[in-house]
Design a protein around this ligand. Structure first.
Ligand SMILES: *Cc1c(COP(=O)(O)O)cnc(C)c1O
Length: 360
């Protein structure tokens, strides 16, 4: 196969230009005779790579001065415990919004550390909508409010930032970070596993407001303390150097595309086309309330589920791979992060129309 489009939810495809540059620099970075993989994380070369990556993500997301950006390991899943460990600050309760599979995982981990108040849930709607903010029962004494701006499995996305007053807002942005501009100042903490929209697995970005640092639960391991990691410049131990470097290449690539506003325009258009195709056919469907459909992960089912495996096989023959839906939802899922070119979405749409015509 000369060319494929990879619709995987994560680890997901990376921009072709980034892969090409990484290949060119793989064995000898900038002619230094070493791979980035082989460099000391405290050496001048890697420190310059690390600093440039941080400066670029700060510029892209317009991250205010009073926020730290951490480059950690452990995936978004480690944040499910690091958030309560670091943010409870003596309080015994936190609010969580339950909009799908990833919210649920965050909730069950937080329950090990505090009383979790489920301030809103769409579970009774099978996670196909977002409960209106006016119906949320937020607790003014909560240490923080946690939500999942984009549910990667259900394909449900918040298109506005919920207002939680003075209670710090915490977001698991794993599958939507960098897809559009975001007002970081509205958040206490933003975290994201890298393998969807940032770079390779093994890196987790945490953006945390300064005033929330330094009151971690007694007994919090040093590795899990935001304050310690911030003080050490994310180098309390050896950071995930190669993933950090690739993330840096992705940040420069996004800058070259015109930044997050430009990404947002393309992302909105890509998603709009695909939902348009699904909605104008009786053959495909997507169950999510149109006001909160994801730009990044688009699940859809066939009216004839007996054709699922044929759909996947023929898609693969056409160079369209990893379209199988999550086992909990079934059907298909097209993940169309920043790195998925619009031509990939066009190719998928044209395949879907053909498949429908042959099988209706
Ligand atoms: C993928 C994903 C996770 C899990 O990430 P890991 O890095 O594998 O721990 C958590 N939350 C969301 C929203 C995700 O998409």
């Amino acid at each position: 196969m000369s060319h494929i489009y990879n619709f995987s939810a994560g680890p997901a495809m990376l921009p072709a230009d980034v892969m090409k540059q990484a290949a060119e620099e793989m064995i000898s970075w900038h002619g230094c005779g070493m791979s980035v993989m082989e460099m000391s994380h405290r050496g001048k070369d890697f420190v310059s790579i690390a600093e440039k990556a941080e400066a670029d993500v700060r510029e892209l997301m317009a991250i205010p001065e009073n926020y730290k950006v951490l480059f950690l390991q452990g995936g978004a899943s480690s944040q499910f415990s690091m958030v309560p460990m670091n943010l409870l600050r003596g309080a015994s309760t936190a609010d969580y919004i339950n909009t799908g599979a990833w919210s649920k995982k965050a909730i069950s981990e937080a329950q090990r550390y505090c009383d979790v108040n489920i301030a809103a849930s769409s579970e009774s709607k099978n996670f196909t909508n977002i409960p209106p903010l006016s119906e949320w029962s937020l607790n003014p004494d909560a240490a923080y409010v946690h939500y999942t701006p984009n549910e990667t499995i259900g394909g449900v996305e918040f298109h506005t930032i919920p207002d939680t007053g003075n209670v710090p807002l915490v977001a698991d942005m794993s599958s939507t970070i960098l897809s559009r501009p975001v007002d970081v100042s509205k958040y206490g903490v933003i975290y994201a596993g890298a393998q969807k929209n940032i770079g390779p697995a093994g890196l987790t970005i945490v953006i945390v407001r300064d005033d929330l640092l330094g009151e971690e639960n007694p007994g919090t391991p040093s590795m899990f303390s935001y304050a310690r990691q911030a003080k050490a410049g994310s180098m309390y131990n050896t950071p995930p150097t190669y993933s950090w470097y690739i993330a840096g290449l992705v940040f420069s690539w996004i800058k070259k595309q015109g930044g997050l506003q430009a990404m947002a325009e393309v992302n909105k258009r890509k998603a709009g086309k695909l939902y348009g195709t699904i909605d104008t056919s009786d053959f495909y469907s997507n169950p999510v309330d149109p006001v909160c459909r994801s730009w990044m992960n688009i699940p859809f089912t066939l009216a004839k589920p007996e054709l699922d495996s044929e759909f996947l096989e023929q898609a693969k023959e056409s160079g369209l791979v990893t379209l199988k839906g999550h086992r909990s939802v079934g059907g298909m899922r097209a993940s169309i992060y920043n790195a998925m070119p619009e031509t990939g979405v066009d190719a998928l749409i044209s395949f879907m129309k053909d498949f429908e015509n042959k099988n209706r």
